[in-house]
Design a protein around this ligand. Structure first.
Ligand code: NAD
Ligand code: UDP
Length: 318
């Protein structure tokens, strides 16, 4: 091919999308980043503006998507992603999962591009199987508050497989587990940014419920590597990408207090409705078909993320 591969990343100005833009530029792709900034920010991509292979299009992907010229890959990452965000934007979340996925798939079909859907561990809901393998169908409350996100992603997966089976579109589905790192919004309400911000400001750390619920946190660089390998693989069907190191939320809060050297105390608040009690990826499939596993320990990942949070809060001391 005489031209570089051309890749569209919807939601490219978000936390994960902006890291993907960087990675695909580094791999020599021409990257078209598309976003409407509903939960993302121009700050996340400011350093890429002016790069000769980077383009930005301000667009809401629930409307018809027009991209001039050829496309080789379409990565659909647009969607509010933190519980606080999707509770604030329930209709937009359903629309971007349904209409946005439809538009992005239609574009991939028209261009003959390979399509990758950003799905989520939330498709497993409050899981009754632990850890969660890809062939577990999940336990989701469709009419609960979290249903707007979980069902949108489940619909998006179904739509993706329908385009594959009916139209022959080449598709990949990544089921992403809780991920963290630089460029998370400080106020997105997720446990990590909330705890880190509270710890650095010396405010009480808000643990929901008794903190016995578990999560398994993955550093952004591991996630990006897993997504890249999946896209370049020939595996069709959902693949979990996450770090199986599981921890209770109470222990996680204590870990952040220790890491930051904070004097914050822990306070307990009511557990939100339908909050999953456990979550841990079974990554046997990713190991087998992608030769992938996480490399960054939680300690190291949190240390790197702390630097970013200190900078954002003006606490670097320089
Ligand atoms: P984010 O909110 O930082 O990024 C999402 C981006 O999509 C934002 O820039 C937002 O402005 C954009 N967007 C939303 N609706 C749009 C629309 N209609 N048109 C155009 N742009 C739109 O969230 P994130 O954490 O980077 O998540 C990215 C993707 O990964 C999401 O699809 C999310 O569901 C998925 N995911 C994330 C995690 C995680 O731990 N962060 C876990 C599982 C799945
Ligand atoms: N959580 C918490 N305090 C907070 C924010 C979140 O105890 O200030 C809990 C939340 O109830 C959940 C866990 O931390 O059990 C992870 O929440 P997050 O929003 O990060 O992700 P998700 O619930 O989508 O896994």
């Amino acid at each position: 091919m005489s031209r570089p591969p051309r890749t569209l990343i919807t939601g490219g100005a978000g936390f994960i999308g902006s890291h993907l833009c960087e990675r695909f530029l580094a791999e020599g792709h021409e990257v078209i980043c598309m976003d409407n900034f509903i939960t993302g920010s121009p700050d996340n991509i400011a350093h890429l503006i002016g790069h000769e292979r980077f383009h930005f299009i301000h667009h809401d992907v629930t409307n018809f998507i027009y991209v001039e010229g050829p496309l080789d890959y379409v990565l659909h990452f647009a969607s509010p992603a933190s519980p606080v965000d999707y509770l604030k934007y329930p209709i937009q979340t359903l629309k971007v999962g349904a209409l946005g996925t439809h538009k992005a798939l239609g574009l991939a079909k028209a261009k003959g591009a390979r399509f990758l859907l950003a799905s989520t561990s939330e498709v497993y809901g409050d899981p009754l199987v632990h850890p969660q393998p890809e062939d577990y169908w999940g336990n989701v409350n469709p009419v609960g508050l979290r249903g707007v996100y979980d069902e949108a992603k489940r619909f998006a997966e179904a739509m993706t497989m329908a385009y594959h089976r009916y139209h022959g579109v080449d598709v990949r589905i990544v089921r992403i587990f809780n991920s963290y790192g630089p460029r998370m919004r400080l106020d997105d309400g997720r446990a990590l940014p909330t705890f880190m911000t509270q710890a650095l400001k010396g405010e009480p750390i808000t643990v929901y419920g008794d903190g016995s619920q578990t999560r398994s946190f993955q550093y952004i660089d591991d996630l990006v590597e897993g997504i890249y390998r999946l896209l370049m693989s020939d595996y069709v069907g959902p693949v979990n990408i996450g770090n199986p190191e599981e921890i209770s939320i109470l222990e996680f809060a204590k870990e952040i207090i220790e890491l930051t050297g904070s004097k914050s105390e822990i306070v307990f608040k009511p557990l939100p409705a339908d909050d999953p009690k456990v979550r841990q990826p079974d990554i046997s499939l990713a190991r087998r078909v992608l030769g992938w596993e996480p490399k960054v320990s939680r300690r190291e990942g949190l240390r790197r993320t702390l630097e970013y949070f200190k900078q954002r809060l003006g606490l670097t001391g320089s």
